[in-house]
Design a protein around this ligand. Structure first.
Ligand code: ATP
Ligand code: MG
Length: 270
């Protein structure tokens, strides 16, 4: 529920509405306090890429959906922020790709696990893996609570989508041979760098788009899907994303100077 009235023409409307979702999620125990700060870091990078889905991100999403659809056992890892922002899209993507949802929390509290499970079920999920009552196993080389994974979920998965992930866990998942896909607005985070496919976009835009793509791409034969995944180059993808930020910033500098000149801002500085 949005508590503040955001004018429809407000230039930061979507960003503010997204913030309200995170705040609501915090109040209902879905989002950890540290999740509020992680969201702020994401917002800053969204600003740098121009708060839009780039063509490059669209290509990364296509490769990611191809990997999920052609996997033997794909799984989608869910944390509090992802759940508060895009619960319906998580459920939809999970259904189309036959990739179960697994809760995995950096800041574990039973209350949070229950709140996230309930939110996913409210959004239409039939099964939620990763809860404490489920059989679990440990990923080696990870000391936090998050080393625990569901035996029938990430434990058995070949392809894992880990949106808004922490670098340590991404490295640990890679170390045990998983094909890792992430959604992360920061192209320089360890997660972005270590993943096999990095979607550099806001999860609020990316996940609904991926669900849409999955509906169309599920008709593509498996060998063609494998080919889409093989021809995706994540080093180029990340490098392009950083260049997009640089170009965007250069354009912004021009716009700012032009605006200030046109409106005579800064005349008194001389
Ligand atoms: P890493 O551990 O991978 O080096 P980090 O420590 O900088 O990254 P974390 O807090 O561990 O960051 O992970 C959160 C990541 O999620 C950040 O890179 C942040 O940019 C990203 N993020 C936050 N909100 C969103 C969002 N709405 N959409 C996409 N990415 C987001
Ligand atoms: Mg981190």
């Amino acid at each position: 529920m949005t508590k503040i009235e955001i004018p429809p023409d407000h230039p930061r409307r979507i960003s503010l509405e997204t913030r309200e979702k995170i705040i609501d999620g915090h109040e209902s125990h879905v989002v950890a306090t540290a999740g509020l700060l992680a969201h702020g870091r994401g917002e800053a990078f969204d600003y740098l890429i121009g708060e839009r889905t780039t063509e490059q991100a669209e290509l990364a999403m296509q490769a990611a959906v191809a990997a999920l659809l052609s996997a033997k056992h794909p799984v989608i890892s869910v944390n509090g922020n992802a759940c508060s922002l895009v619960p319906e899209a998580l459920v939809e993507l999970s259904e189309v790709c036959k990739a179960p949802l697994e809760i995995n929390l950096f800041y574990y509290r039973k209350e949070r696990e229950d709140a996230i499970r309930d939110a996913l079920i409210d959004a239409g999920a039939k099964v939620v893996l990763g809860t404490q009552d489920r059989p679990s196993m440990n990923i080696p080389e990870l000391s936090s609570n998050r080393r625990k994974v569901d035996v029938e979920g990430i434990g058995a998965a070949d392809v894992v989508l880990v949106p808004l992930e922490d670098g340590d866990r991404t490295e640990a998942l890679k170390a045990i041979g998983k094909f890792v896909i992430t959604i992360d607005l920061n192209p320089m985070s360890r997660t972005a760098v270590y993943s096999d496919i990095t979607i550099i976009d806001n999860i609020v835009r990316a996940l609904p788009r991926m669900a849409e793509q999955a509906h169309v791409m599920k008709k593509i034969p498996k060998d063609e899907l494998h080919q889409i995944v093989r021809s995706f180059n994540n080093s180029e993808n990340i490098a392009t994303a950083v260049r997009i930020i640089i170009t965007h910033l250069e354009r912004r500098v021009k716009d700012i100077v032009e605006l200030r000149t046109k409106t005579n801002i800064g005349v008194s500085e001389k």
